[in-house]
Design a protein around this ligand. Structure first.
Ligand code: GCU
Length: 592
């Protein structure tokens, strides 16, 4: 993808502002034709498809013609879905796969059409009827291309190359602790919109307010000022605004609102109208702020009883994508007594975010700037900025999302702070209402039994995230009892990871690794230690469910799975699940 950063030199300060998003938001409420289903697929480890122009979908023109590929004769892969868990021989596959979907189309008058991908991992090139539409980099954010003038009446063929090869300049880069699931991993649809349509919008409470909505509506395809109507019938809101030269209408509306919270996840019907387009959404209104070491939800301190989770499908393994997967995973978090989930380490699918809105689960959402990336590479920064921009564009109207996380466990070096400061600036520019965080894992341990958070990244954040593995990667669980924790900043602190591995059903003494007793004992000592932490505003232990990972190869115990789950990947609850559940239950009791 050609990436051009719009360099704005303003008052001597040169800063890059991300390329505007071209995403159409709120896909589920648009007029769409699903392209999910069985796609023909060619596994192409040497990328012959590029030189062989597979995108032309050629068939031999006569019996002597040489064509060395055939979609028609190739097996299928289901979309959405990673390829790794669809075919045994693709479990470890990293490289290009060429997908083809043939579909019939009848184009309505005065309609524009876009092809929309919920996500594809990792680099994607898209072709329609032999013409390149464009490409996308990043495995967990949506993207769309306009196809209005390329669609044919009748039969069309869409060809997509997905390449999940890891890249040193990628986001994430070459090493990460999750399975490199490749493929078209989320829904694909054709989206039909009027010639001038509502592309994107923000309808949220203004920062620090509980009764004033500040928002905007972005039109696409307009050349002159247009009226936009904003209606929230149950709140008695019927307002209009007018677009500026860039097709954006901004507004501030006073309203008496029933605020959204985990206990009361109130969603309002919101209707946006402009010209021939009308978009309906379900939006909750809540405020989220920090005050000293506390996080305030709707003006009151809240403690985040959380859990971290990967986007791993329960029971079947592979990438989760369906409403049913989301229901199972978030249902387990609710059973645990959570009001908060950390969606690690990348933006999860939209089903999950919208379900959290309805269930009343607060969300930490994160881009995969994970461990080490190519900090000094402008293309890597632009990629991270685009992933951040598109994560925010897709989910900025979801009340459940309270934290945008910029990174996970990145090394303390100057070029990393510069990189992440740019992302923090982008995030605040793109969304002034939410809090910015990152999971850090470096502390000053120069004083015996004292851990002090001094990571310079803390300066940039609203909320400090800390991953620590006392009792697993360092020391014994019992050593947590004597540890003191300090922080350089008077800011809220979330322990975004702690934990230890256990194989479900393996039992022994509490000091025997990989037993449920070891994991439960570790949780007991960790939870006692955390209660002594200054400014502790929440925790999201690692991790809800065992998940597949290439670095976890202990036979008979890990078998390429990270076993720190409180629940096995077959849905079996380990002893530590009940330790944390009891802790959260007591916390909730104490609050009543
Ligand atoms: C790290 C990392 C996780 C990883 C976990 C582990 O903190 O953030 O992605 O899975 O530790 O080692 O299990």
């Amino acid at each position: 993808m050609k990436r051009s950063l719009i360099l704005l030199v303003f008052a001597g300060l040169a800063y890059a502002t991300p390329v505007p998003s071209t995403l159409i938001t709120n896909i589920e409420r648009r007029t769409t034709i699903s392209l999910n289903g069985a796609w023909r697929a060619i596994v192409d480890p040497f990328d012959n498809g590029t030189s062989g122009a597979f995108y032309r979908n050629r068939i031999p023109k006569d019996k002597s013609d040489l064509v060395e590929y055939s979609f028609d004769a190739s097996p299928v892969l289901n979309v959405p879905g990673d390829w790794n868990t669809q075919r045994e021989q693709l479990l470890f596959y990293e490289g290009p796969v060429w997908y083809r979907r043939v579909f019939n189309y009848h184009k309505p008058a005065n309609t524009r059409a876009f092809v929309y991908f919920g996500a594809a991992n990792y680099r994607t090139a898209v072709f329609l009827n032999g013409e390149r539409l464009g490409d996308h980099e990043g495995g967990f954010t949506p993207f769309n291309f306009e196809v209005t003038h390329l669609l044919r009446e009748g039969e069309n063929f869409l060809i997509v190359e997905v390449n999940n090869l890891r890249r040193a300049d990628g986001v994430p880069a070459l090493k990460f602790d999750w399975w490199n699931y490749g493929g078209i991993t989320r829904d694909v649809s054709l989206v039909e919109v009027p010639a001038a349509f509502i592309q994107d919008y923000s309808v949220q409470l203004a920062k620090g307010s509980q009764n004033e909505i500040a928002g905007w509506v972005q039109l696409n395809g307009v050349q002159s000022a247009q009226k936009v109507a904003i209606e929230i019938p149950d709140a008695g809101v019927h307002e209009t605004a007018t677009t500026d030269a860039a097709g954006r209408a901004s507004f501030r509306i006073s309203a008496k609102l029933d605020l959204w919270s985990p206990e009361h996840p109130k969603l309002y019907d919101v209707v946006l109208r402009s010209g021939a387009d009308t978009v309906h959404d379900q939006i909750g209104f809540r405020s989220i702020e920090v005050q000293g070491g506390k996080i305030l939800l709707n003006g009151a301190p809240i403690f985040l009883r959380g859990i971290s989770m990967h986007e791993e499908a329960p029971f079947r393994d592979g990438r989760a994508f369906s409403p049913e997967d989301a229901q199972t995973l978030l249902g387990w978090a609710k059973d645990l007594g959570c009001n908060f989930v950390r969606l690690a380490h990348y933006p999860h699918n939209e089903n999950e975010i919208r379900l959290a809105d309805r269930m009343g689960l607060l969300i930490w959402s994160e881009i995969p700037v994970y461990w080490d990336v190519d900090w000094q590479n402008p293309a890597t920064l632009a990629n991270a900025e685009a992933q951040l921009r598109d994560m925010i564009a897709r989910d900025r109207n979801r009340a459940a999302v309270i934290l945008w996380s910029l990174s996970n466990e990145t090394p303390v070096k100057p070029e990393r702070v510069t990189f992440l400061k740019q992302l923090a600036q982008d995030a605040r520019e793109l969304d002034s209402t939410r809090l910015i965080t990152s999971a850090m894992n470096h502390t000053d341990n120069s004083v015996p039994d004292v851990r002090t958070l001094t990571d310079p990244l803390g300066e940039v954040l609203d909320v400090l995230g800390l991953n620590e593995y006392v009792g697993w990667y360092e020391a014994r669980p019992e050593d947590a009892d004597k540890l003191q924790w300090k922080s350089k900043w008077d800011k809220p602190l979330i322990v975004s990871e702690f934990g230890g591995g256990a194989q479900y059903g393996r039992h022994g003494e509490p000091d025997e690794r990989w037993t449920e007793e070891y994991q439960a004992n570790l949780y007991q000592h960790q939870l006692a230690m955390l209660q002594r932490m200054p400014n502790l505003a929440g925790l999201s232990p690692w991790v809800l469910m065992d998940f597949r990972s290439p670095g976890r190869m202990l036979p008979g115990i890990q078998d390429y799975h990270n076993r720190k789950g409180l629940i096995s990947n077959r849905g079996q609850r380990k002893q530590a699940f009940f330790v944390l559940q009891k802790f959260y239950e007591n916390l909730s009791e104490a609050k009543k």
